[in-house]
Design a protein around this ligand. Structure first.
Ligand SMILES: [Cu+2]
Length: 188
């Protein structure tokens, strides 16, 4: 069900529940998801794709991002730009909203087990830019693809320190992607 041009988490969960009772074995689960990144106003050239594949032992997350700003060192009064904080946030509605505080509608970090920051289910490694690109894959067993549908991936301007609560002091939200099922389209 398309709601305001995005799939609401409730609609996805309803669709998932319907699938569970539909007894159609080949749509039993969503094993793949993707998020197309939308740039915020600070770095409008950011573009990229994050994919999530359920594999044995966890979820393989791959990020392929271009257009990030080059690394710029910090000092006592200013944070470095990059490497870039990277997380799953609770909600999946990537609208800029207030340009001085973009993507607030996505809420805070997704933290289903009430862990300190650094150990949230959606805490990811930082994105490091190499020749204008950031590319990485890693495996996480803290969540399944189904649990993150309808949430968002967020890139921040500053590195994550993995200790400041609740979000690692990683600064402004500079790109956002809604996590969508990559499947047979039967949830519509
Ligand atoms: Cu974040």
């Amino acid at each position: 069900m398309l709601v305001n041009n995005y799939y609401s988490r409730n609609a996805l969960q309803q669709a998932y529940a319907q699938q569970q009772t539909a007894q159609v074995p080949y749509i039993a689960n969503f094993n793949l998801a993707y998020a197309i990144l939308k740039a915020g106003p600070d770095y409008p050239s950011i573009r990229g794709l994050v994919t999530f594949a359920q594999i044995q032992g966890g979820v393989m997350v791959c990020a392929d991002v271009a257009g990030l700003p080059p690394y710029s060192p910090g000092n006592n009064s200013k944070q470095p730009v990059g490497p870039f904080g990277f997380h799953i946030h609770e909600k999946g509605h990537c609208v800029v909203g207030d340009p001085s505080k973009p993507f607030e509608e996505c809420g805070g970090h997704w933290n289903p087990t009430n862990q300190p920051h650094g150990n949230h289910a959606g805490d990811f490694p930082v994105l490091v830019v190499d020749k204008g690109w950031a590319k990485m894959c890693f495996i996480m067993s803290r969540f399944t693809v189904n649990e993150i549908l309808g949430r968002s991936v967020m890139i921040h301007e500053n590195p994550d320190d993995y200790r400041t609560q609740p979000s690692g002091n990683s600064g402004k939200r500079i790109a956002c992607g809604e996590i969508m099922p990559w499947s047979y389209g039967l949830y519509i």
